[in-house]
Write a protein that binds this ligand. Structure first.
Ligand code: PMP
Length: 392
């Protein structure tokens, strides 16, 4: 029956990793990945996570099934972290398999409730946005976002497109740390987006995979609260993959802010059916870790400081990269320090990225995206001299 099944194209980022692994050059650097690494080039295990892991192991709890919508203490903690003081009764939350799982449940729910809606994603966006919403059967289109010439967000074009969108269209927004460009909206820009979404009757979906990686938990979550405070029905997908360094635990959440508690109850009942028929119920371990850390004051303080440590290290590497490039004669790279999060649209062309890879063993994406969270004091000089060689 599968004789005619065509071979699907390889995932471009995973394909790049395979090429990196096979590269025999010892001085190679992989800046193609989407994973934070510490100053030693390792994926960190946060101390707060180690502590809870040890407690959980000592407690010897059996691995029973969680409720369909996840660990109750986890869902409550997510509401507090993501939505703050908003009325929690009108928010439906389900624990999800990372941010991707939250997007998948959201996409299926939107297809069920608004099957003809167009989903607008930023140009460019995380590649999986288009794929997830298209696979759910929704039409995907783009709004302008990145202005390559001026190395900034083209917010005027973005707003114009939102104002011309069909009412009921879903707008996928990156709450902070835009992937892939690193360019975020300013507070004033956000207000313009909220106004356009409200006036046009659009449905906002905020994807927040990096809360705390730009400025702080509160500042990075401000965009979410802006939509909620404006009284808009809003979907939020969140993830602890990066902020807790729990990538493989697949821990995230979907929150839907509804008109009132009754609507939230009905929405939750539908989300639970989607979960039940997709993977039945979510995994236990990541939820137990995150819930314990978020609700224990000492562990919470420790996490916030470890999160700040990751954020500050990225910022240091951005500055060191700009300074190092300037010293090597490549000036005008200040956009790198204006960006947020793990990624930087370097401004390098596809040809330059290929030369960077082929001649210098520094791997980034053809789009020019570099993972600055994978730069460390041990590979910084190599990255600088390689970029200087291709850009100089
Ligand atoms: N949204 C965006 C914008 C992302 O960058 C990512 C991670 N690369 C995700 C969602 C998904 O994260 P997770 O690994 O938790 O599924």
């Amino acid at each position: 029956v599968f004789a005619e099944t065509p071979r699907a194209p390889r995932d471009p980022i995973l394909g790049l990793t395979e090429q990196f692994v096979a590269d025999p050059r010892t001085e190679k650097v992989n800046l193609g990945v989407g994973v934070y690494q510490d100053a030693n080039g390792k994926v960190p295990i946060l101390d707060c996570v180690r502590t809870v892991d040890a407690q959980l192991a000592a407690g010897g709890k059996p691995y029973g099934y969680l409720p369909i919508d996840g660990l109750p203490a986890y869902d409550a903690a997510v509401k507090e972290l993501v939505f703050g003081a908003a009325d929690h009764d009108r928010i439906a939350v389900v624990q999800s398999l990372g941010g991707t799982g939250a997007l998948k449940v959201a996409a299926d729910f939107l297809k069920q409730t608004t099957p003809d809606a167009t989903v607008l994603i930023s140009a460019p966006s995380w590649e999986n946005h288009r794929a997830i919403f298209a696979r759910a059967g929704l039409t995907v289109a783009e709004y302008p976002y990145y202005d390559a010439e001026h190395r900034r967000v083209d917010v005027d074009s973005m707003i114009n497109t939102l104002r011309a969108a069909a009412p009921g269209s879903v707008v996928v927004l990156h709450a902070c740390c835009h992937n892939p460009t690193g360019y975020d909206l300013t507070a004033d820009d956000w207000q313009r987006v909220v106004d356009a979404v409200a006036e046009r009757g659009l449905v906002p979906l905020l994807d927040m995979a990096y809360q705390g990686f730009a400025q702080s938990l509160t500042e990075d979550g401000a965009a979410v609260r802006r939509f909620v405070d404006a009284g808009l029905v809003t979907l939020v997908t969140t993830s602890f993959s990066k902020t807790f360094s729990l990538y493989g635990e697949r821990i995230g959440a979907l929150g839907v802010v509804c008109a009132d508690a009754d609507e939230a109850g009905r929405v939750l009942s539908q989300l639970k059916i989607i979960v039940r028929t997709t993977y039945s119920n979510p995994p236990t371990h990541g939820a137990a870790i995150v819930a314990s850390v978020l609700t224990d004051p000492a562990l919470r303080t420790q996490w916030e400081s470890e999160l700040a440590g990751m954020r500050d290290r990225i910022k240091q590497m951005r500055s060191a990269l700009v300074d190092g490039l300037a010293a090597a004669g490549v000036t005008g790279q200040d956009h790198i320090t204006r960006q947020n999060g793990m990624f930087s649209y370097s401004g390098l062309s596809k040809d330059q990225m290929i030369t960077l890879r082929d001649d210098h063993a520094v791997y980034g994406l053809d789009s020019g995206r570099l993972c600055v969270a994978a730069i460390n004091p041990g590979n910084l000089d190599r990255v600088i001299s390689a970029i200087a060689a291709v850009a100089g």
